[in-house]
Design a protein around this ligand. Structure first.
Ligand SMILES: [Zn+2]
Ligand SMILES: [Zn+2]
Length: 362
């Protein structure tokens, strides 16, 4: 619990003040938590749940306060008594195992700001809430209902998985095929860049510098103090001072450089493609510079190839396609040949890994 005060001791120098309470029987307001254990107007016992912090203007100091701990609350009549009391002054019930009085949550303000009065929302509502919290939670569903729903969900998942993965064997004929081969080409030449000046790439030229914020530094900037008021639970509260260091963020500047550097960079792609019975071939490559490194020179930077076969199921209009990375895998699929493969019954997409030549009977 944040701000939970120490149960047994309070700092010797902490100023102590009276909590306030309102009598809910006769309506008398702003009674003193320590001085008025009973309403001076009607005699009703003070209820710890009715206690609240006063505003700074109305706070009443307690002199020579001796702290014995939070009050004990009588289990029979709910009267709050000093922690020293052994029997309830109202009804005589022993208080040895009595619960301690509840406390208001601590409040915190920056030093110099003043506290406002913080009356409890409604003591009756607070009591109802405390009762509800103490009652054991009733589960909203029985165990059998939960199991039933879980089994139902599992069954639905199973049905969905079956429907999505179910395949049908189909005999298909090759109607077309296609190959694409491409080569990436890089060119050597000036590229613009920007970096911290102490980490420029080798060979950088046309450098220009300017100042820029490299990072922010957290610089100690004194301390900030708060005043916290803490319910002692015996009709009084104390004020404590809590200080912590604060920091301010200061920018740290460094030289930033923009530059040019000669380097290899992607320039273009040359591509060759064909269909049907063409034999796959790489595109003709005409590189400037003939393998040298000079401004404007070019070099090869990676080859890519893709082979596609289009199938038509004999009994349908649609077209299926399978793509291969290597020419060897693609070669056997000659125009008009027949193949067997699995097709998703629900998705209609082919499982290209299942492709096999149709037997003499199929
Ligand atoms: Zn009263
Ligand atoms: Zn009692």
């Amino acid at each position: 619990m944040p701000g939970s005060p120490d149960e047994t001791s309070i700092p010797a120098d902490a100023p102590i003040f009276e909590m306030l309470w309102d009598c809910r029987y006769c309506g008398t307001r702003k009674l003193l938590g320590k001085t008025h254990r009973f309403c001076p107007n009607c005699g009703a016992a003070q209820e710890p749940a009715a206690r609240y912090f006063p505003s700074d203007a109305e706070k009443v100091a307690v002199k020579d306060h001796v702290y014995h701990g939070a009050d004990r609350v009588c289990p029979s009549c709910a009267t709050a008594s000093s922690a020293q009391a052994e029997f309830c002054p109202q009804c005589g019930t022993p208080l040895t195992d009595a619960a301690r009085a509840g406390r208001r949550a601590s409040e915190r303000r920056a030093e110099g700001e003043s506290f406002a009065e913080s009356r409890p929302p409604d003591p009756d509502a607070a009591r109802q809430q405390a009762l509800a919290a103490a009652r054991p939670a009733v589960p909203r569903f029985t165990r059998a209902q939960v199991v039933l729903v879980a089994v139902g969900l599992l069954f639905l998942c199973g049905v969905a998985a079956y429907a999505l993965t179910r395949t049908e064997t189909a005999t298909v004929a090759v109607v077309d095929r296609e190959w694409v081969r491409s080569i990436d080409v890089e060119a050597y030449g000036p590229v613009s860049g920007s970096d911290w000046c102490d980490s420029l790439p080798p060979g950088a030229y046309a450098v220009s510098r300017h100042q820029a914020v490299r990072y922010h530094e957290q610089v100690p900037d004194g301390e900030q103090c708060d005043t916290i008021r803490i319910d002692n639970g015996d009709g009084t509260y104390r004020e404590e001072r809590s200080c912590f260091p604060v920091y301010r963020s200061e920018p740290v500047y460094a030289d930033r450089c923009t530059y040019q550097v000669d380097t290899w960079a992607y320039a273009r792609t040359v591509e060759a493609r064909g269909t049907g019975h063409d034999t796959p071939a790489w595109p003709a490559l005409d590189l400037t510079g003939g393998g040298r490194t000079c401004v404007g020179c070019e070099r090869e930077a990676g080859r890519h190839e893709r082979f596609t076969v289009y199938f038509s199921p004999p009994d349908s209009e649609g077209r299926l396609s399978c793509t291969f990375d290597a020419a060897e895998a693609w070669q056997p699929f000659r125009q008009g040949t027949e193949w067997v493969l699995e097709v998703g019954a629900f998705t209609g997409s082919p499982d290209c890994g299942s492709l096999r030549a149709a037997g003499p009977g199929g």
